[in-house]
Design a protein around this ligand. Structure first.
Ligand code: AMO
Length: 433
């Protein structure tokens, strides 16, 4: 229907006939002079109707147009230094494609600010704001860059089931569903399946995936439906081989996001480009640092939100790094599939970004007997994992991997809260839209 997007209209097109389609962002009526600011994916363009030049029918039609209606406008491009971007359209024909009801549920021009709940309840309209659309254009870039990086590095994309029979991350936090005459669950992660792929010879796999987590948290950083990039790699020497891949992946992703110049300008955000190597620090050292800074964490406890925040600040102040790996976690706070380093420690790591965990991973156990022992130690029933353990009995290479939470990456990249970077977030209170 259109010949151009608004951002393609430049003073160079002076004198050209064009067709534009978009939403009515604003209408200004100065009597003999009427302006429509038309908005499309490319931005804004001014439509100028002048008494005497523009025919009477169009002048009258403009009076009846409601904000956020969709118009098709055929018109002439005219260079005008006073118009935004130095160019405007003189309308020849205006077609009403779809009329918007009024009042609007949300003010797209942002003169009236709405709270996040109102915005999320009217997400289709919230996304008409160029700032909000920019978040999701950057998110698309992040996912694309991540996927391309992995493909380029020999990873094979897989799709694992989302309806599963047993927990993959421990006994809690599952959403039960009814599966014909049986109980089943929504997958917490592709963990068991991506590990089973290591017994196939595919060697390096990844999945852009959804985690379903029945966590009761109601925080700025937790959702019940999460998007992640999950990776699993065979024939590793130890967890450092996995950390190296995650290091390259996250740097590539942040670099990619920093190339979204238009979107970042609209959002008024800057992204700091990370440098290699990303700082690596042991869990023990983290506990010492936190305790020295007055945040007491018992050895063996996970970091709470406040501890993560303090750590993020200290890593910035002392090491000038927004990103950091925390390595050698205590064995007992990590899932059953985690490779022990010794009795006390594991080969698990987390990746922190400005005070928030964005990824965790580890070398995994590949010996089936040790695996059964660890499953029992966690008070889980090995019988429920038979399909998984069986894949370890006929040749399983040493392997490891990680899950990188994309919602968390986005929120930290743009300093927003998690609900803002997900189209239709699912949390304790939100199941629609
Ligand atoms: P984990 O449970 O740590 O590890 O999840 C990996 C990453 O996913 C993101 N994430 C979440 N983001 C928002 N809300 C949540 N409720 C949420 N839960 C997880 C985080 C987190 O770092 N199977 C392992 C990964 C592996 O070892 O390969 C796992 O799921 O960014």
């Amino acid at each position: 229907m259109r010949s151009h997007y608004s951002d393609e209209i430049t003073p160079k097109l002076d004198g050209r006939e064009v067709s534009l389609c978009g939403w009515v962002h604003e209408i200004r009526d100065l009597g003999g002079l009427k302006f429509i600011i038309l908005r499309d994916r490319g931005g804004f363009i001014q439509i100028t109707a002048k008494k005497g030049t523009t025919n009477e029918e169009i002048m009258n039609k403009i009076d009846k147009i409601s904000k956020e209606s969709i118009l098709k406008i055929d018109g002439l491009v005219v260079r005008n230094d006073k118009a935004p971007r130095g160019v405007e359209i003189i309308p020849r024909k205006i077609y009403m494609i779809s009329r918007a009801k009024s009042p609007l549920p949300l003010d797209v021009t942002q003169k009236v600010r709405a709270d996040l709940d109102t915005r999320l309840n009217n997400r289709f309209m919230d996304l008409r704001k160029p700032e909000i659309a920019s978040i999701f254009k950057i998110r698309s870039k992040v996912l694309n860059v991540g996927r391309n990086f992995l493909i380029r590095n020999g990873f094979i994309e897989i799709n694992s089931p989302k309806i599963i029979a047993s927990a993959s991350e421990g006994g809690t936090e599952l959403f039960p569903i009814s599966y014909f005459d049986r109980e089943a669950f929504l997958a917490q992660s592709p963990q068991l399946y991506k590990q089973m792929m290591m017994a196939t010879g595919l060697d390096r796999v990844f999945e852009v995936t959804t985690y379903f987590r029945a966590e009761e948290h109601d925080t700025r950083r937790h959702l019940n439906e999460v998007t992640a990039i999950d990776v699993e790699i065979a024939f590793i020497r130890d967890e450092n081989d996995v950390i190296n891949v995650l290091e390259d992946l996250i740097i590539e992703i942040i670099n990619g996001a920093s190339e979204c110049h238009n979107e970042l300008k609209i959002l008024k955000k800057e992204i700091e480009i990370p440098k290699k190597p990303i700082k690596r620090i042991t869990y023990d050292r983290v506990i010492d640092i936190l305790n020295d800074n007055g945040k007491m964490i018992e050895w063996g406890d996970d970091l709470d939100t406040e501890a993560e925040k303090i750590l993020g600040r200290i890593m910035m102040e002392e090491f000038n790094s927004e990103l950091y790996f925390i390595t050698k976690y205590p064995l007992e706070i990590k899932p059953f599939y985690t490779m022990p380093d010794n009795e006390k420690y594991s080969r698990a790591f987390d990746l922190g970004y400005k005070g928030v965990e964005i990824s965790s991973g580890s070398q995994r156990i590949h010996d089936p007997e040790l695996l059964v022992e660890r499953i029992k130690k966690k008070n889980l029933n090995p019988e429920n994992f038979e399909f998984y353990i069986n894949a370890f009995r006929y040749g399983m290479p040493p392997h490891g991997g990680f899950g990188l939470g994309i919602d968390r990456v986005m929120m930290q990249l743009l300093d927003l809260q998690i609900r803002e970077v997900v189209l239709f977030p699912r949390d304790r209170h939100r199941l629609t839209p």
